[in-house]
Design a protein. Structure first.
Length: 240
């Protein structure tokens, strides 16, 4: 399986997800920067990753990546988006991303409203963005007023799966990010010590990751039919 990985920021690589794809599916990862998409090769799956930038920002490479994802999905290529990748995917399919103002998420968070426990977590969450998806898109997880995971089927039949959390990141990644983003941590009301304690308290995380990655790939339609394509849809309702 050929996987095109768009590494939107050097500090947010494919990490645990990339290693899992290589180990379990023999994937060959082709990693590109967001500025190099014009020369990007064809792939069986596109994975677009995190960035300090927001999908709502007026930045040339953000606009270019949105068009790139639209074109590839129209051609039938599935996409998995993680954090910024989920936001840019959402805007590519007709959704919306916007800043949350002074609110940010930093650390390990479980999703309160989920279509299935595989999406619950806790997962690393590191963003300050609100996400909305089109009405026909299946919401898989929602927490504290914003979408955290979704599944979209394009008119071409291509699947798009987005998660606003960071399953590709483990405790060491979260601890490192906590030392590099003091302003975000302050707005989130947490500390590097609290983030480290959350990561140290994890139990059964490896099995949870394997289940999540398996479901993400299944919904993407890679290595098996997607759930929506099979006729099973369970959208998480809006919070009261």
């Amino acid at each position: 399986m050929k996987v095109l990985v768009i590494e939107n920021f050097p500090g947010a690589p494919a990490g645990l997800f990339g290693a899992w794809l290589e180990r379990t599916h023999g994937a060959r990862l082709h990693v590109v920067s967001p500025e190099a998409l014009e020369a990007a090769p064809a792939a069986d799956l596109i994975v677009t990753l995190g960035s300090p930038a927001g999908a709502w920002e007026d930045i040339p490479w953000v606009h270019a990546q949105r068009r790139f994802l639209q074109d590839r999905m129209e051609a039938g290529t599935p996409v998995v988006g993680i954090c910024f990748g989920a936001q840019i995917l959402a805007t590519a399919i007709g959704g919306r991303a916007a800043p949350m103002g002074d609110r940010t998420f930093c650390g390990w968070h479980a999703n309160e409203h989920v279509a299935d426990d595989v999406w619950r977590g806790p997962w690393v969450r590191w963003h300050g963005d609100h996400l909305e998806v089109p009405e026909a898109t299946e919401v898989l997880a929602r927490d504290q007023g914003t979408v955290q995971a979704f599944h979209h089927v394009a008119p071409s039949g291509a699947n798009g799966v987005g998660v606003q959390f960071h399953p590709e990141a483990g405790p060491e990644d979260a601890n490192f990010w906590a030392t590099k983003t003091p302003d975000m941590l302050a707005r989130a009301g947490t500390t590097p010590e609290a983030v480290a304690a959350q990561g140290a308290a994890l139990r059964g995380h490896e099995a949870a990751l394997d289940a999540l990655f398996t479901e993400m790939l299944r919904r993407a339609g890679v290595g098996g039919a997607s759930r929506s394509a099979a006729g099973v849809t369970q959208t998480v309702p809006m919070e009261a």
